[in-house]
Design a protein around this ligand. Sequence first.
Ligand SMILES: Cc1cc2nc3c(=O)[nH]c(=O)nc-3n(C[C@H](O)[C@H](O)[C@H](O)COP(=O)(O)OP(=O)(O)OC[C@H]3O[C@@H](n4cnc5c(N)ncnc54)[C@H](O)[C@@H]3O)c2cc1C
Length: 414
Amino acid sequence: MRRYSAFAIAREAARYHQGWERAWASPEPKKSYDAIIVGAGGHGLATAFYLGKNFGITNVAVIEKGWLGGGNTGRNTTIIRSNYLQDPSAAIYEKARSLYETMSQDLNYNVMFSPRGVIMLAQTHHEVRGYLRTAHANALQGVKTEFISPQRVKEIVPIINLDGPRYPVLGGLWQARGGTARHDAVAWGYARACSDMGMDILQKTEVTGIRKENGAVTGVETSRGFIGTKKLGIVVAGHSGVLADMAGFRLPIESVALQALVSEPIKPCMDCVVMANTVHGYMSQSDKGEMVIGGGADGYNNYTQRGSFHHIEETVRALVETFPMVSRLKMLRQWGGIVDMTGDRSPILSKTPVDGVFINCGWGTGGFKAIPGSGWGMAELMARGYSPLTAEFGLNRFKEGRFIDESVAAGVAH
Ligand SMILES: Cc1cc2nc3c(=O)[nH]c(=O)nc-3n(C[C@H](O)[C@H](O)[C@H](O)COP(=O)(O)OP(=O)(O)OC[C@H]3O[C@@H](n4cnc5c(N)ncnc54)[C@H](O)[C@@H]3O)c2cc1C
């Protein structure tokens, strides 16, 4: 594949952009692969990428029932941070954040990583204590965060209202190297790199069954026929329970729609990400000028990928308190994605009761930020059977009561 560069843009400009190659191929499925990943979201594609890059395993198919990046990866609000409480979380999220720093160069694809800083507002005394504790934990983990005063919050975000009618701002947890990236570009960049290594990305191909023999996987039934493999990675976010059912085991996961909305584009007014988890709304400004606004998860399990009126009301009410100027904005679009929630709000990256079947799920409302770290660890787990990054996130923790409680960092926040 030819590299993207300033020279390539100049060359193509001179010949009416006729010479660009397709970014990834659309092959026919082979009879079998050394490894199959189900789900061409960010986590599935990153897993395939690191299988190839770090372990030389390139006879791989990534099978996707829709279009690549069309699940939560293309629906999220793109917040990237690593200010989690527990050590295993800090390790995998910080690995991911650091990989985001060089992702555009590593993939030769501009993912528009923007380390503009993330503030999580403390609006109750309980939150102040929680974030102070997180800041201390982060210092021990080598993750750079700090608890900042309301005045400092106002300096960073001039449009904020510190004296909210219900909850005044008492401070904030600030991660200066957190930020955002372009979600589609992350999926497209990985897909292009996987295709370049000779992997097959099979879009519009639904996995409908998982075949086993003597307790080990032999392949998958798909809408394009049977495809054999001895190593299967299930990376399907909100559909994890459905795929686990096909393989014959159960997961401690609930699937819930999570919603977001976006405003009309306006002039630059806020150059960082702000999350107000008590009143429950968060906001950043996209490079196009739209205010990207996230809210809550539905209060009941479902598989709908659309928005609902009551969420607009709840989310916008929270934001108007925090940023009064929002009341003058028109909203453009609203949508939903199906997130996969675990009880301890931490992910599952694990072997399963079926030999050769691995699962990566449970990222809930906050897995976009984790994509490169998760792919790195999952690839190591699939290739070697063990990864230090994923070791604590096994399914057995639910049997053994070794929960990784991230309810402060991930219960509401994304
Ligand atoms: C509204 C919203 C806002 C969010 N905001 C943030 C945020 O700001 N920051 C953050 O870090 N995270 C955020 N998240 C969470 C984040 O989007 C997800 O954790 C992450 O994208 C999950 O990626 P994935 O690759 O695991 O799943 P997905 O991107 O959903 O990919 C899974 C893929 O599997 C495919 N699939 C399912 N079943 C089958 C089958 N039977 N056969 C073949 N393919 C199948 C699906 O079509 C899908 O494309 C948000 C999520 C939502 C919905």
